[in-house]
Write a protein that binds this ligand. Structure first.
Ligand code: CA2
Length: 150
């Protein structure tokens, strides 16, 4: 484990992901964000890690969460939602704080509209899981733990 980190993982979700499980099940599945929270906590606990979970529809709240996590977590599992495709500020926060981020997208963004094919987050992410449904969060937690113990 690298120095200055704890056995804590921040799971961060961006705009509209609070709607998970309520609409568009053909794209995002039937699981709710509460289900995702439980999946992440269980995957983390299996390796002795704790999770902190936050969803926000506000870019500034996500920025503050990334800044606040500095030195306090092993890394961040991050689904930035639509901010993925628009936010230089979130990318700057990740590179500026040197946060270890695993980017997650429930849907396969590359099978969708062209504007979803570009991510400002991917160049500053350590790993990316796309199109694995909510299991992508579990894979991301496991990957983060793997990287933390290299
Ligand atoms: O596939 C993903 O996880 C996305 O990050 C989800 C974002 C979308 O803008 C990205 O391109 C890909 C949208 C999140 C909205 O989630 C909803 C869930 C259920 C119903 C409506 C929206």
């Amino acid at each position: 484990m690298s120095e200055n980190t704890s056995k804590k993982i921040l799971v961060l979700n961006g705009p509209n992901l609070n709607l998970l499980g309520t609409r568009e099940p053909g794209i995002y599945g039937h699981e709710t964000l509460a289900d995702v929270q439980e999946l992440c906590a269980t995957a983390a606990a299996a390796a002795g890690y704790e999770t902190e979970f936050l969803q926000s529809n506000h870019e500034g709240v996500l920025l503050d969460a990334i800044h606040g996590a500095r030195g306090k977590v092993a890394g961040i599992v991050f689904n930035p939602g639509a901010f993925t495709h628009t936010s230089v500020a979130l990318a700057d926060a990740i590179s500026g704080t040197e946060a270890r981020v695993i980017e997650v997208h429930i849907s396969n963004v590359h099978q969708r509209e062209a504007f979803r094919h570009h991510s400002y987050i991917s160049p500053v992410a350590a790993s990316i899981f796309v199109g694995a449904g909510v299991n992508g969060y579990v894979l991301a937690v496991q990957q983060l733990i793997h990287l933390d113990n290299r």
